[in-house]
Design a protein around this ligand. Structure first.
Ligand code: SAH
Ligand code: ZN
Ligand code: ZN
Ligand code: ZN
Ligand code: ZN
Length: 488
């Protein structure tokens, strides 16, 4: 974070009317800086780093219609030459060639016949000997996109796939909309016994080669944009079917408010198709430390205790190379938790909580709940009257439990409160208050001081839940980058 920068809010307007970048309509952001007026700008919805998508435009500058058209043209030029149908038809002819002839070019993202087109791919990075099984499960050989900023891909292990499928069975789902969940889509599509249907919505257009336009739709979940003109109809037709459930495993760096906004758009489309007013069932996959954000935007959701495992992501998974306390990733659901049974090897059913929890998560009689979030056994503090992480200690000066070597005296505003005054109920831009001095002599120091402290942030210990969360995210991102560099 650059000096003096307080943060960036997402302004949810009529997104489809915003200027276009190659990833569809951009998003309006508002940037807050210490001792400066806030300023709004349009920026790419899908990529957080301007290195990956350089589109940027100040919203207070006049946008001429020519300029708008110029951007639309850039978008059109970035589209593939062939449409999805053409790409699929081209590869469909090759599917029966057999393993000894069939190759995949990672550089051109195309299948080809070794005997015919080898010369065309002389300079390319290719995989030879693509089997029938691989064609059905392209995620097993397509190199995962590893940028943690744009289109990051982390793939489920087979046991996590099985458990997610069980969750879908528990919901009596028959049609699954997989939004950023290619492995769930592959599992459903290739398993007749499940009696489920699936449509994949994802920004990774390499899947056009392997799935026809009726099975895969190229889609951006951060702006609800459909890249191919006809594909919105495929989606509409699909969601008009019975017992629809969404499964989504978005990139964790993505803004939850945008995801939420677009899931509501899907829900509204679904309600219109069916002429009903109900909530659309959904499995939403995200790290446990994002729970406060998720629940603030999506209050009807509950976090399950199940730890989601990834194949290509040692840091998000369990096992020796993984996180000490197992994977940090959880499933959020908008149906009662009791509907989701978990494997008895690592989980048990807690009668009073009426849900399945990790064996390490011990029920607290005082809190009347299984209170662990991160996979460790929490301990109850009688003074705080709540369960806290096992390593935390009650601090007399702060009059609450805190990480052991925290700095006494400063607290940060809660996750869902105004970043300026610390009160909940309004956002920073609507704030009328002066930064507030809190009771108990705890000084609430927002700006300069916290910014100073943020510079050294990763090394110093978190001061509040929000701080810890932000820090977790940052550490995770850095680790992802390190791991992907090591893997590639
Ligand atoms: N664990 C899942 C994959 C999750 S990785 C599985 O095994 O099936 C995140 C997925 O979201 C990837 O498939 C990625 O291509 C997709 N994705 C990333 N950014 C996206 C965006 N802006 N819109 C739609 N899909 C996106
Ligand atoms: Zn972009
Ligand atoms: Zn319990
Ligand atoms: Zn307790
Ligand atoms: Zn305490």
């Amino acid at each position: 974070m650059r000096e003096g920068r307080l943060g960036v809010d997402v302004i949810i307007n009529n997104i489809s009317g915003n200027p276009y970048c190659p990833h569809g309509p951009t998003i309006l952001f508002e940037k807050f800086q210490a001792s400066k007026q806030s300023r709004q700008y349009f920026s790419c919805s899908a990529c957080r780093d301007r290195k990956d998508c350089s589109f940027f435009f100040w919203a207070d500058q006049k946008i001429s219609s020519t300029k708008m058209q110029d951007w639309k043209n850039i978008y059109n030029e970035a589209r593939p030459n062939l449409c999805h149908r053409e790409i699929y038809t081209e590869s469909d002819i090759l599917f029966d060639l057999g393993e000894s002839h069939l190759c995949y070019c990672k550089s051109c993202c195309r299948l080809f016949n070794k005997d015919v087109d080898s010369k065309l791919h002389k300079m390319c990075d290719i995989i030879s000997g693509i089997s029938e099984q691989q064609l059905k499960y392209p995620s097993t050989f397509l190199p995962p996109k590893d940028s943690s900023k744009c289109e990051a891909q982390y793939l489920f292990t087979s046991s996590s796939i099985e458990i997610i499928l069980n969750m879908l069975k528990g919901l009596c789902a028959s049609n699954i909309l997989c939004v950023g969940a290619p492995r769930i889509h592959e599992a459903i599509t290739n398993n007749q016994d499940l009696s489920m249907n699936s449509l994949m919505l994802d920004i990774d257009e390499r899947y056009c080669t392997f799935f026809p336009p009726e099975k895969f739709v190229s889609y951006n979940m951060f702006n609800h944009h459909f890249f191919d003109t006809d594909s919105k109809n495929v989606y509409k037709k699909f969601i008009s079917q019975e017992n629809l459930v969404i499964v989504s495993d978005p990139p964790f760096g993505g803004r939850v408010e945008l995801l939420h906004h677009n899931f509501l758009a899907i829900q509204t489309d679904w309600q219109k198709e069916h002429g009903i007013n109900r909530t659309l069932p959904m499995l939403f996959i995200f790290p446990y430390f994002m729970e406060p954000q998720i629940l603030s935007f999506m209050p009807g959701f509950t976090m399950l205790d199940y730890q989601v495992d990834y194949d290509n992501h040692p840091l998000y998974s369990s096992g020796t190379k993984g996180m000490k306390n197992g994977s940090a990733v959880r499933v959020f659901v908008n149906k009662p938790a009791e509907l989701f049974p978990l494997p008895e090897s690592d989980y048990n059913f807690c009668e009073p909580c009426n849900k399945w929890v990790n064996n390490t998560n011990k029920h607290c009689e005082k809190c009347k709940g299984c209170m662990s979030k991160d996979g460790r056994t929490y301990k109850h503090c009688d003074t705080c009257v709540r369960c806290v992480k096992p390593s935390w200690k009650h601090c007399q000066q702060c009059t609450q439990c805190k990480p052991q070597d925290h700095k006494c005296g400063t607290i940060n505003p809660g996750v869902n409160s105004c970043h300026r005054c610390g009160q909940s109920g309004h956002k920073r831009k609507d704030c009328q208050n002066k930064p507030k001095v809190l009771k108990n002599k705890r000084k609430f120091t927002v700006n300069e001081k916290n910014i100073e402290h943020k510079k050294k942030k990763i090394k110093s210990l978190p001061q509040s839940a929000e701080d810890e969360q932000r820090r977790n995210m940052k550490i995770f991102q850095q680790k992802i980058e390190i791991v992907s560099e090591r893997v590639s």
